[in-house]
Design a protein around this ligand. Structure first.
Ligand SMILES: [Zn+2]
Length: 700
């Protein structure tokens, strides 16, 4: 588990007016300027055809009022099947692919040049070159992780485990439970440490416990995967098989004591501040005092020890699971975690289980894409500094600030006009509204990377050095004030997020492209795309989770009981709506798991539509582009943004793991509640795209 952001697959942040002014004054070059000599990148080879809404993609044989997703997206999806090296294809993945191509050109240019030691160009270039050197990686074998395996083998009793885990976590190898620094839910100005459940290799606890055919198959495949890795690392077949069963048994115990994703939606279940002595008493076999000392972190006054049932079981396992089984599990996790950076046999085993079996991906992506994935994980924001300098026009930022401002005003009007909410709660909602912080494009202040050594000598060594560096960066935050300028996503990420503890909405550079955003497009497309995304991120502040945090980002109840009850009743109706969507025969969306996202989509599109009307103003004359009105184009671009096809396995996984409803339902869910949509397309009561009477959901 990592610090919690609410990605959109999108999100956004910042103190609105102030940040907008500051950003407008700061020229992009100041923030992005790398040291001389300058990186020259040729982006002419990168596909420039925009993935934008086009009327010719519409399938006019399908009725918009019956199957809006089919009307907008089926033709394109039929002509553009999921590529073999992916598990989804559509607007988001295609933009992701383009971002990767741009990154590839940058990484190649960095690798080909001569740069001052320690510069970002040197680090990126050497990381990429080391990752592409397959012969050296093959020759290194298991050597990069042998020291870790030796430390595991040297454990003499389970009482050694707290110190071992502390050292492993400090080196960036977090294995058993989630551990991270984040703003205190009770005091959002200060970072504290959080520990919570973890340790599962399969995507969710249900995979271990539920009697479903695909889960049962995943369990069989997992045991085979563990045995294969153990053999690759030197065990004979019989030993490897026995060890694989031990790993499965170990994780099944953890799974049984874990909370499901749905239960974890409640922030109160992710937060449990305790004094260090209390924590030590809660897990008599695991000394948190020793763990923090091994992390080389000053002993905290308090930290959050959530998911108590999990830690109770973990503690019991320290007493009753033999040391040898612990060592087997730790050894498996060390090898499995490093497999993507080891030789081809390890990498292939990793791909075959996690991507092919669990997600239905047919082919491994090309080497350069895999290395860029690792580079993004290792130093995404540093790499992003080079990306922004090459690929983000400064004028996009100004245009976005204007859009965010319009969306803010529309949300204010809606909050003021809510018929179901008391004036008392409304005043608090408006207070929260007034403290939104938007962040657009890239950070005003870039993170420092001094102290991270990257060389061409060893790919796995670079990855491990970055893991340790990033972990130390996070550990250093514990007990310190929260840095509000920090970003939780790199600029080259096609996504956005909301962070409740900072009440911020954040839009990385890479999402500010068609079909989301196009400085040359008509308003309808921009409001139906990025406008609705901006609204979506804002509304996360008022969804089932965000509404439990106040204007200062502290977990607090600012609602009257009566208003809260009304909100929950409307939310339950929305959950029911999505739970009625059948993704595969017999497999329905989990409307409760996706509730926050769906509240955000419903409110986001509503607010964006209002903002479009405000932008058009009185006496607006509709230009009727390609025979379609602005209202129609607004909704058609919303559906274009969510255009997507899945492999069957990936679709099943997304429904289990959540929280996002699959895109084909996001493309239709919100507007089926909106009279403006029905009017735009001439839909009538009884049409599939029209929810009316008691079924119609209005929240924000
Ligand atoms: Zn979201």
């Amino acid at each position: 588990m990592t610090p919690r952001l609410k990605p959109l697959a999108l999100a956004l942040s910042a103190t609105f007016v102030l940040a907008a002014c500051q950003k407008a004054e700061a020229p992009a070059e100041t923030a992005a300027a790398p040291e001389a000599p300058k990186l020259t990148v040729d982006l002419s080879q990168v596909a420039q055809q925009p993935i934008s809404f086009k009327a010719e993609d519409l399938d006019t044989s399908i009725e918009a009022c019956q199957d809006f997703n089919g009307f907008v997206n089926s033709k394109w999806l039929a002509a553009n099947p999921v590529p073999g090296d992916r598990t989804t294809w559509g607007a988001f993945p295609a933009l992701g692919e383009r971002s990767l191509q741009v990154q590839h050109e940058i990484a190649k240019a960095a690798a080909a040049g001569q740069w001052p030691a320690g510069s970002m160009e040197q680090k990126v270039g050497d990381f990429f070159a080391a990752g592409m050197d397959e012969a050296a990686i093959e020759a290194a074998g298991l050597a990069p992780i042998q020291p870790e395996l030796d430390r595991i083998a040297a454990l003499t009793a389970t009482s050694d485990i707290p110190v071992y885990l502390g050292q492993a976590y400090a080196s960036g190898q977090g294995m058993l439970f989630g551990f991270f620094a984040m703003a205190d839910y009770n005091d959002s100005s200060t970072n504290i440490a959080y520990a919570m459940q973890g340790g599962l290799s399969l995507p969710e606890r249900a995979y271990y416990l539920e009697d479903r055919e695909d889960y049962k198959a995943a369990r069989v495949a997992f045991v085979e995967h563990v045995a294969k890795l153990m053999q690759l690392a030197g065990a004979d077949e019989a030993t490897a098989k026995a060890q694989a069963q031990q790993v499965m048994d170990f994780e099944t115990r953890l799974a049984k004591a874990s909370l499901g994703r749905l239960e974890l939606r409640d922030p109160a279940r992710r937060y449990n501040p305790v004094a260090l002595a209390e924590a030590d008493a809660a897990t008599p076999n695991f000394s948190w005092t020793a763990f923090f000392a091994a992390l080389d972190v000053p002993a905290p006054q308090t930290f959050s020890l959530a998911t108590p049932d999990f830690f109770k079981e973990f503690d019991a396992m320290l007493a009753d699971v033999p040391l040898e089984q612990w060592q087997t599990w730790l050894r498996f996790r060390a090898i499995d975690g490093a497999s993507p950076y080891l030789g081809s046999a390890f990498e292939r085993a990793n791909f075959e289980f996690y991507r092919q079996t669990l997600a239905g991906q047919k082919e491994m992506p090309e080497r350069w894409k895999r290395v860029l994935g690792a580079l993004n994980g290792a130093m995404g924001e540093g790499f992003g500094q080079l990306y922004v300098a090459q690929a983000f026009p400064p004028e996009s930022k100004a245009k976005m600030e204007q859009l965010v401002g319009n969306l803010m005003q529309s949300l204010k009007h809606r909050l003021e006009g809510l018929a179901w909410m008391s004036e008392e709660t409304k005043a608090k909602a408006l207070e929260k509204w007034s403290s939104f912080t938007p962040k657009i494009g890239y950070p005003d202040k870039w993170r420092e990377w001094d102290g991270l050594d990257v060389s061409r000598e060893g790919y796995a060594a670079n990855v491990m050095a970055a893991s340790a560096f990033n972990m130390r960066y996070m550990l250093d935050k514990i007990g310190k004030p929260v840095d509000k300028t920090e970003w939780g996503m790199s600029p080259q990420t096609v996504n956005a997020y909301y962070r409740a503890t900072a009440n911020e909405i954040v839009f990385p550079a890479a999402i500010l492209q068609p079909p989301f955003f196009d400085a040359n497009a008509d308003d309808a497309l921009n409001y139906g795309g990025i406008g609705a995304v901006i609204g979506h991120e804002m509304l996360h502040g008022f969804d089932d989770q965000g509404s439990k945090f106040d204007a200062n980002g502290n977990m607090a109840n600012w609602w009257t009981d009566e208003d809260r009850a009304k909100f929950e009743a409307a939310a339950a109706k929305l959950a029911d709506q999505y739970s009625g969507y059948e993704a595969l025969p017999g497999l329905f969306v989990n409307g409760k798991l996706g509730l926050g996202e769906n509240i955000a989509d419903l409110g986001g599109t509503t607010v964006a539509y209002d903002a479009l009307k405000r932008a058009q103003g009185e006496g607006f004359t509709d230009p009727m582009i390609d025979g379609y009105s602005q209202d129609q184009r607004f909704y058609m671009n919303w559906a274009t943004v969510w255009r997507i096809a899945f492999t069957e396995a990936q679709l099943k996984q997304q429904i289990t793991v959540g929280p996002h409803s699959p895109g084909m339902f996001r493309a239709i869910g919100p507007q089926s509640n909106q009279p403006a949509f029905a009017e735009a397309f001439g839909c009538k009561e009884g049409d599939k795209m029209v929810r009316s009477g008691e079924d119609r959901v209005v929240i924000w």
